[in-house]
Write a protein that binds this ligand. Structure first.
Ligand code: RP5
Length: 166
C-alpha cells in the first residue's frame, strides 16, 4: 500500500497465520498498512534501521508480533517514538504462550508496549485503527460502525436464544 500509516512487523513468517488478523481488520477499517518480517535476534541491524526511521516514513503506529523470547516489540519500543502494540504469539518455540506474553508485557518503566492477548492480532489491528482514528474522523467513524456491528451480532443472538425479563 502507498503511504502506510500502520506498520505490522513479526519475527518470522511462522507468525503470519496469527498476524494476518491484524492486516484483515485494518483492511476492513480502510487503514493503510505495510507488513514485513523483522527479527530482533536474527536481523538486529534491520530492526535498528527500521525502528529509527519508521516515524520519518509517515508510520504512526507499529503492531509487532513475536513468540517465545519475544523481544521484537520491546526492542522496537526502546528505539522508536511511535506507539507500539505488542502481540504475544504462541509459536513453535513457545513453551505455553506465557513466555511470549511475559516477554512483551513486563516492560521496564519508561518504555511502554501496549500488549494485547495471546494471539490477539485482531485486537492489535483494531487498537491501531483507534489510535489513527483519534486524529482521523473518517477512520474513527468506521470504528464506530464496527462497534455497532458487534452490538448488532449479539442482539441477533439474543433474539434467537431469548432475553432476560424486563
Ligand atoms: C520468534 O521465534 C518469532 O517471532 C517466532 O514466533 C519464533 C519462531 O520463529 P521460526 O523458528 O518459526 O522462524 O522470534
Amino acid at each position: 500500500m502507498e503511504n502506510p500509516e500502520v506498520s505490522i512487523i513479526m519475527g518470522s513468517d511462522s507468525d503470519l497465520p496469527v498476524m494476518q488478523a491484524a492486516a484483515d481488520v485494518l483492511t476492513e477499517l480502510e487503514v493503510s498498512f505495510e507488513l514485513t518480517i523483522i527479527s530482533a535476534h536474527r536481523t538486529p541491524d534491520r530492526m535498528f534501521a527500521y525502528a529509527r526511521a519508521a516515524h520519518e516514513r509517515g508510520i504512526k503506529v507499529i503492531v509487532a508480533g513475536a513468540g517465545g523470547a519475544a523481544h521484537l516489540p520491546g526492542m522496537v519500543a526502546a528505539i522508536s517514538p511511535l506507539p507500539i502494540i505488542g502481540v504475544p504469539i504462541k509459536s513453535s518455540n513457545s513453551i505455553d504462550g506465557w513466555d511470549s506474553v511475559l516477554s512483551i508485557l513486563q516492560m521496564p518503566g519508561g518504555v511502554p508496549v501496549a500488549t494485547v492477548a495471546l494471539n490477539g492480532a485482531k485486537n492489535a489491528g483494531i487498537l491501531a485503527a483507534q489510535i489513527i482514528g483519534s486524529a482521523d474522523v473518517a477512520v474513527r467513524q468506521r470504528v464506530v460502525e464496527y462497534k455497532q456491528t458487534l452490538q448488532a451480532k449479539v442482539m441477533e443472538k439474543v433474539a434467537r436464544i431469548g432475553d432476560f425479563q424486563k
